[in-house]
Each structure stands twice: as structure tokens, then as C-alpha cells.
Design a protein around this ligand. Sequence first.
Ligand SMILES: O=C(O)CCC(=O)C(=O)O
Length: 168
Amino acid sequence: MYELAALISDPGSRAQPLHADFPYCDGEGAALVIAFVALQDVEADMGPTDIIPRTHTAEAHARFNGAERLALVRECPNTRGLLGTGDANVIDARTLHCGGGNGSLKRRVLFYCSFLRRGRATAGTHSLLPALRSAGYALDNTEEWVYRASEESNTNVKPRRRCACSLT
Ligand SMILES: O=C(O)CCC(=O)C(=O)O
């Protein structure tokens, strides 16, 4: 696990510039995968995340770094960020995206977490608490920590309130 936090866009927040959270590197597959989870419904005037599918590629990054940045944005309608509470967008972090401007009176909050490929070094800072960085939360050992966490939380509530947790 690489990041674990929430991002907040308050009313009046400006749109972000289009960006990728990870560079395109020749010969390398996806190194970082991010899930953005809506903590409330995200409506059109709240500045939904604008995600441009299939832009994790060499060609799209070349266009983005050249003169075609605006053309890329215009090619794709901004509908993928319209989410119901609990819905998620999961992207390869090389995919071009940006938060929209929040012209509503509602706060937009997205919980996000990301997973970095094992052994992949990065230079940047990230939002995962230092204490959690060495905990070994990865996608290939979720049985160990997701189920353990759900078991632990289930033992701390009255039986009638227990919930079944699964990854499906
Ligand atoms: O605000 C959003 O929906 C996206 C935020 C984002 O892409 C970022 O902070 O890198």
C-alpha cells in the first residue's frame, strides 16, 4: 500500500490541471493503481474527477507533453467522476485525470488508496502514515489483513450488528 487518505474539494475549489500521478516509462507496466471512492454522491456541479481512459500509454503521454493537451481533454466527456456513495474509480496512475472545479455548495470528499508494485522505487512523498509503510499491506496478501481487520472489528461490536465482509 502506497497511499491512504481522503481528498477534499470544498465549494469554490478550482479545477486541477490535467495530470498523471505516475510517469510513463518504456517497457514498464502499471506500477501504481489507485482507487478513488466517493464518500457522498458526486454530482456534475461538484467537480467530478475527469478521467481520460486509455491515456496510460506512450502515445497519450507524448500528446500530453506535446501540443495536444487541450485536444486530449476535449476528446472525452467528463462523466466518469459522477459517482454514487461508495462507488469507486480504479485507475492505472499513468492515466490522465484531474479534479474538476466545485461550483456547488457541497463538499466533495473522495477516499483514496493506492498500491505500488512490489520493489518499485519512487522519489515522491506520499500520504501513507509512516507507521503503516512497513506493515506490508499489499494486494497479494489481502486475505491476511483485510479479513483479519474485519474479524477484529466484528469482535468489537454486538453480535446483532455484525456484518459479513467480502472482497467481491
Ligand atoms: O479531485 C479529484 O477528483 C482528483 C484529485 C487528483 O487527481 C489528485 O489530487 O492528484
